[in-house]
Design a binder for this molecule. Structure first.
Ligand code: API
Length: 261
């Protein structure tokens, strides 16, 4: 059966999106999504999202990692599906949609290519040695380093993701370097099992961890550079809890097509 798909990218984190309001795309097993995300034999993507109707929200987002399995919250994916919903005419410039970690408010630019996505509130950040560990809709390990440009993120990230502490549930591994007026972040992503060009829930975890690390408080706006571009995290922090957390950045439709599924 032929299925129409749309390819989006948010700061280089790239996704296949399918308008599945008619439920024609039936998720039978991991292989269907795995094959579509394959960068040699399929369309190629870090993940796949289905946009589906919902009784109480503008739409529902189902997210699958490139390994073909249902995933936890995807921040960049959330921004891209909001741009997709606007493209489809389902929403105007504001929305509240449902994702795996609950409802999300988002605001999109009139041009439809910049999205501010509200993330879940965070009440607690754990420590694992020098690293910060928290869940921003997906689980994240945040470690401050130097020389990040030349770091072997794949090998070092994979080792932490598969360590005894994390190998069962997995975790996304974020390395961060303070570059004065911004942070530079590189991420090894669970479920992609590789470094991605950006990780939205990851840079959100980095921004919150660094605010705690630097003992900042109040309304904070954190610019973050990733391999795929620039993202910005805005939030309020009282020294204990994080509220009004927004992941802000580009969400661009790259191409569309049809694929046999
Ligand atoms: N691979 C992640 C989910 C997607 C996270 C990332 N793409 C984002 O933008 O938040 C995980 O399994 O935890």
């Amino acid at each position: 059966m032929k299925t129409k798909f749309f390819k989006y990218q948010g700061a280089g984190n790239d996704f296949i999106l399918i308008d599945n309001r008619d439920l024609s795309f039936q998720y039978k097993d991991n292989n269907a999504v795995l094959d579509l995300c394959n960068r040699r034999f399929g369309i190629g993507a870090d993940g796949l999202m289905l946009l589906q109707t919902h009784e109480t929200h503008d739409f529902e987002m189902l997210y699958f990692n490139a390994d073909g399995k249902l995933g936890s919250m995807c921040g960049n994916g959330g921004r891209c599906i909001v741009a997709f919903a606007k493209y489809l005419g389902i929403i105007d410039i504001e929305t509240e949609f449902l994702a795996v970690d609950g409802p999300h408010y988002a605001k999109i630019s009139a041009e439809g290519d910049w999205v501010n996505l509200q993330m879940i509130d965070i009440d607690n950040i754990e420590k694992d040695g020098d690293a910060y560990v928290l869940n921003t809709g997906s689980p994240h390990y945040v470690l401050q380093v130097t020389g990040l440009k030349d770091k072997d993120v794949f090998t070092e990230g994979k080792a932490i993701r598969n360590s005894d502490t994390y190998k069962v549930a997995g975790i996304n591994v974020n390395f961060v370097e303070n570059q004065g007026d911004h942070f530079f972040v590189r991420t090894f992503e669970r479920g992609v099992e590789d470094e991605t060009y950006a990780c939205g829930t990851g840079v959100t975890a980095v921004a919150l961890s660094m605010a705690q690390h630097l003992k900042q408080e109040g309304h904070i706006e954190t610019p973050i550079k990733v391999l795929g571009g620039d993202l910005r995290i805005q939030f309020d922090y009282d020294g204990s809890k994080f509220r009004n957390i927004f992941l802000c950045g580009p969400a661009v439709q790259v191409f569309t097509g049809e694929v046999m599924v």
